[in-house]
Structure formats: structure tokens, C-alpha cells
Design a protein around this ligand. Structure first.
Ligand code: 5AD
Ligand code: FES
Length: 353
């Protein structure tokens, strides 16, 4: 449904419960019509918590000396991937801080080993890496890449992403480049970053459509005490980092990007452990990302406090997610769960040729 900026802004400000019920119902209908009732499961492997960046919001930032750092071996990652395939997941997501010790060659080797031993789709979420690395990984068989742009407010973005050396971070051009390399491209934002307004959030949602994203992950900003933003105050017109605001953004994202894959995120589950994931799935989302990280590392991948699924094992997350999906009358997705938006894009490109 084409919504313009003013309409998006007015939905973000909507507080009438009856009107919001209409928004949820509309997003749920658009979700069914475009991506169906399947909920795709992506096994998340947090392969390293080392990071060279100093992002103002993230607990893994290089200056947080309280973190015990770990890096999984190729064998450990492969073991998790094989287990994910045994569980029936269609995809594994390899995520880490921006860790240059995870070299181009190392990741390419792990990707091609997973590809030769399983039918899994592979999503990478390893931060801002060089063009050569991104190309190498794509050639090794990686299918998708996730890189959130976090906020479309450039001043706030620059403030919370201090440069590393002389490189200026330009995630929009990186996202474009990922598309050219043939990746399924995912991005997203945090909701309620101190310094961002309702207007900024409306621009973020407009940007999702403009970038024609295949996957869009959004979650509330959760303040971490050991980060620069841990004690930051909001600005005038500050958008709240609440559960309700997150559902509004999930629903509006579904309306403006009907074919995209949208996860019901762990950050949302962290705000409402009882039913955050379910409500996300009923208000536009069609993907969940059960955690596959070995339990000994999980608590060390603390991007924000009180993160959901910290103590559970992979088996427990599988059972938990499957139960939650069935309780909604939905079913776990079969196969890789490729983005319907990417398929539409490819078809359109072929027709133009
Ligand atoms: N609160 C919520 N989400 C966070 N992320 C990082 N730090 C936080 C936080 N404090 C999100 C970012 C990043 C993703 C991997 O996790 O959006 O892109
Ligand atoms: Fe991990 Fe529910 S998904 S405990």
C-alpha cells in the first residue's frame, strides 16, 4: 500500500487503540496476501564478539573493556550450521562485531564448507567490510547480507558512529553495492535512538521502500550502561523506544514493503518476553531468528542488557519458537525462505532486458 510521508507520520503519532487495531489488522492482511502464513526460521550464530568500532549504542564496542571477547573456530561454526540444518532451518545467519581477524579467506572457507555439507542459505552480518571481501564471500556461496543503517538522520548517525581511521561510514552506498553483487539485501533501524524524532522515523520507513530492501529488521533501542549512549537524554520531539512504537514500525514497514521478509526481533522479545515475538508476527513480521550460538558464548554477545534467549540452549529455542508459531495457527516455513521481493526484482530485471 503506498503510504506517503505524512500518512506514515500520522500513524506513528496515533494513540487511539481502535485505530491501532485497524493498523495491526491491515498489516496482517497484507502479510498473508504477500508472503503467506509460513514463518521462516533463521538459525543465528554469533561467531565473534570482537569489534573494532565504537558505536555509541552497542555493548560490544571496542572501548567496552568489561566484555570477555571470543571468536568461534571454523569447526564450531560448521557444527552449529549442521545442527541448524538438522533442525529443519532453511538459513543460518553468521553475525559478528566488525572483527578483521575474521579474514576474507576464513569466512569464504567457512561459507563454502557449509554450502558443500548442507542445503542452507547463508546470511552474513559482519559489518562494513571491503568490496573485495564482499565479492569473495558472494562467490564462495553467501546468499544474503544484513547491514542496518540504524537511522536516516545523518547528524545522529555520525555522532553514534565515530569513524575508524579516515574511513567515512556510508552504509547506503554499501547497501547498493551488496545488491549489485547479487546478495539479497537486508537493513533496518533501531527505534527511539536518543536524538531521533518522529519525523526521522517516518523518513527511515520511506527509505526502506526507496532502497527496495529484501529484508528489514527493526527493534527498539535498548540502553546499555557501558556505552556512550547509556545515559543519553532524548531531544524535544524524541520518538520513544517502546514496544508499541516498534509494532507501529513493523506494521508500517509491511505496508510500504509488502514482499519483504521482516523478522520479529530479539530486541522486541526482550521488551515483552511473554508475547513480543507473537505480536510482531501478528502485526507484519514473517521471520524469526532462533539463537544457535553455543551457550558458553551467548551471554558474551551482549549488544544490550537483558537480551532474550541468553540462557536457553539451541534445542530450547527451537522448541520455544516452534510452539509460538503453532500457537498463532501459522506454520514453520519449508525450504530457504528466499525473499519474495528479490524474486520480484529479478523477474522485473529480466523483463527489462
Ligand atoms: N539496543 C537495540 N539494538 C541494538 N543493536 C545494537 N545495539 C543495540 C541496542 N543497544 C542492534 C543494531 C545492530 C544490530 C545487530 O543490533 O541495530 O545493527
Ligand atoms: Fe530462545 Fe524462546 S526462542 S527461548
Amino acid at each position: 500500500m503506498p503510504l506517503d510521508y505524512e500518512e506514515i507520520l500520522s500513524w506513528l503519532r496515533e494513540e487511539d487503540p481502535a485505530r491501532l487495531e485497524e493498523l495491526w489488522a491491515c498489516a496482517d492482511k497484507v502479510r498473508v496476501e504477500n508472503v503467506g502464513d509460513e514463518v521462516h526460521l533463521r538459525g543465528l550464530i554469533e561467531i565473534s564478539n570482537h569489534c573494532r568500532r565504537r558505536c555509541g549504542y552497542c555493548g560490544l564496542n571496542a572501548e567496552n573493556l568489561k566484555v570477555t571477547r571470543y571468536r568461534m573456530t571454523a569447526e564450531e561454526i560448521l557444527g552449529c550450521a549442521v545442527k541448524a540444518a538438522d533442525y529443519g532451518y532453511g538459513t543460518v545467519v553468521m553475525q559478528s562485531g566488525e572483527d578483521l581477524a575474521l579474514s576474507g579467506e576464513f569466512i569464504a572457507e567457512v561459507v563454502s564448507r557449509i554450502k558443500s555439507e548442507t542445503d542452507l542459505a547463508i546470511t552474513l552480518s559482519l559489518g562494513e567490510r571491503t568490496d573485495d571481501e564482499l565479492r569473495l564471500w558472494r562467490e564462495a556461496g553467501a546468499d544474503r547480507y544484513l547491514l542496518r543503517f540504524e537511522t536516516s538522520n545523518r547528524a545522529v548517525y555520525d555522532k553514534i558512529h565515530p569513524p575508524v581511521g579516515s574511513t567515512v561510514s556510508d552504509r547506503f552506498s554499501l547497501l547498493r553495492r551488496l545488491g549489485e553483487l547479487g546478495y539479497e539485501v537486508g537493513s533496518g533501524v533501531m527505534i527511539g535512538i536518543p536524538g531521533t524524532t518522529y519525523e526521522d522515523l517516518a523518513c527511515d520507513i520511506m527509505k526502506f521502500a526507496e532502497l527496495d530492501l529484501d529484508m528489514i529488521g527493526v527493534g527498539p533501542f535498548i540502553s546499555h550502561p557501558d556505552t556512550p549512549l547509556g545515559s543519553a537524554a532524548g531531544v524535544e520531539g524524541q520518538v520513544p523506544n517502546t514496544e508499541k512504537m516498534t509494532y507501529k514500525v513493523v506494521a508500517l514497514t509491511r505496508l510500504v514493503c509488502p514482499l519483504t521478509n521482516i523478522p520479529s526481533t530479539t530486541a522486541l522479545a526482550t521488551l515483552n518476553i511473554a508475547e513480543g515475538r507473537e505480536l510482531g508476527l501478528q502485526r507484519g513480521a514473517n521471520v524469526v531468528m532462533p539463537n544457535m550460538t553455543p551457550v558458553e558464548y551467548r551471554s558474551l554477545y551482549k549488544i544490550y542488557p537483558a537480551k532474550a534467549c541468553i540462557k536457553e540452549t539451541s534445542e530450547e529455542c527451537l522448541a520455544c519458537m516452534a510452539g509460538r508459531i503453532r500457537s498463532l495457527g501459522r506454520r514453520p516455513g519449508l525450504g530457504r525462505g528466499d525473499s519474495a521481493n528479490k524474486l520480484r526484482r529479478l523477474k522485473q530485471e529480466t523483463e527489462l532486458r
